[in-house]
Write a protein that binds this ligand. Structure first.
Ligand code: GDP
Length: 356
């Protein structure tokens, strides 16, 4: 499954956020290095369409798509040199498909800041620099190996050239994701700054409704996505029943919880989309990469569906809602039969036909 690794300096609120993400009782303690073991949390991707489908089909249950988060452990200045939690940290973060960096924006004199002051810009630079140094080390090691392999004619010289160009970019202070290099041949290296990033600003409640302040923080990380939340409020929301949670959210001027936002933005950042299936048993969202063809989508349900794929009957969600039922959608010509070359669209309501 695709996962998003949560990183950030110590004491920025990672554990607090992670508790909320998982409802797990991960230790949230007011000291650095509180989160040492990597932990996985799975959250639902909110999708109001599923409620509507469940209404149309009389489904017994709803199964949303999910986004997985790995809580990776604090990073400190010098992490790339193996200080603090450096090496363990780097091993875990390499496996993540995208990275969510938590940045402290909240002010609280009871909570120590590792670098002495709350300064989001400086925190971003510290982590960015550590990640770039880590990539430099990885690439320099790889280049030594690649040079031998090219000499022995075991490797295409273009791979070595790409690695050298990546080193040059990093030495100039450029994140690999911001270069135009085709990094696909270097995928095995798990380069950190080549991964997609989301920035999670953990801010005081008052900032949640302060658009000017939010724009200022978002500008620090653009074009990457910024999510704003108050980890303390998120951890309270998680323990409330839906009505009380809605009331608390409204009192902070928000329409959507930070976790819902994070799931949504995470899903986009990973390049994913969903298609839907529905029946009396369940209404369900299935996760596929954007651009997936129909047989690949079928394979997410069962590998036999992919192997024996014949065709897919597809009604777009909006058409189904407008017509009110599958029978009516068919009668009105809104149900399409699509073959193996069909590119799935977000919100397709699907029934696969296959041989077994
Ligand atoms: P981590 O080291 O990044 O995992 O940080 P923790 O989640 O352990 O948080 C460090 C301390 O900051 C804890 O005492 C939290 O209760 C507190 N904290 C976390 N988020 C917030 C927040 O949004 N506002 C305030 N005031 N304190 C917070």
């Amino acid at each position: 499954a695709l996962t998003i690794g949560i990183v950030g300096l110590p004491n920025v609120g990672k554990s607090t956020l992670f508790n909320a993400l998982t409802k797990n009782d991960v230790l949230a303690a007011n000291y650095p290095f509180a989160t040492i073991e990597p932990n996985i949390g799975v959250v639902n991707l909110p999708d109001p369409r599923l409620e509507v489908l469940a209404g149309i089909f009389g489904s017994e249950r709803i199964l949303p798509a999910t986004v997985s988060f790995v809580d990776i452990a604090g990073i400190v200045r010098g992490a790339s040199e193996g200080e603090g939690l450096g090496n363990q940290f780097l091993a875990n973060i390499r496996e993540a498909d995208a990275i969510a960096q938590v940045v402290r924006g909240f002010v609280d004199s009871d909570v120590v800041h590792v670098d002495g002051a709350v300064d989001p810009k400086s925190d971003l630079e510290t982590i960015g620099a550590e990640l770039m140094l880590a990539d430099l080390q990885t690439l320099e090691k790889a280049v030594t190996r690649y040079e031998k392999e090219v000499k022995g004619r075991k490797l295409d010289p273009s791979v070595l050239e790409t690695a050298k160009a990546a080193i040059e970019a990093l030495q100039q202070g450029t994140l690999l994701s911001a270069t135009s290099l085709d990094l696909a041949p270097l995928r095995e290296l798990g380069l950190l700054t080549a991964k997609p990033f989301i920035f999670v600003f953990n801010v005081d409640e008052s900032v949640l409704t302060d658009d000017a302040k939010k724009a200022e923080l978002a500008a620090l990380v653009a074009p990457a996505e910024a999510v704003f939340l108050d980890a303390k409020i998120e951890s309270e929301l998680i323990d409330l029943d839906p009505e009380d949670a809605a009331e608390l959210l409204a009192s902070t001027g928000q329409e959507e919880s930070g976790l819902d936002q994070l799931a949504r933005v995470g899903f986009q950042t990973l390049g994913l989309q969903t298609y839907l299936t529905a029946g009396p048993k369940e209404s369900r969202a299935w996760t596929i990469p954007q651009g997936a063809k129909a047989p690949q989508a079928a394979g997410v349900i069962h590998t036999d569906f992919e192997k024996g794929f014949i065709k897919a009957e597809i009604i777009s969600f909006d058409d189904l809602v407008e017509t009110g039922s599958v029978a009516e959608a068919r009668a009105k010509g809104k149900a399409r039969m699509e073959g193996k070359d069909y590119t799935m669209q977000d919100g397709d309501v699907v029934e696969f036909r296959f041989n077994n």
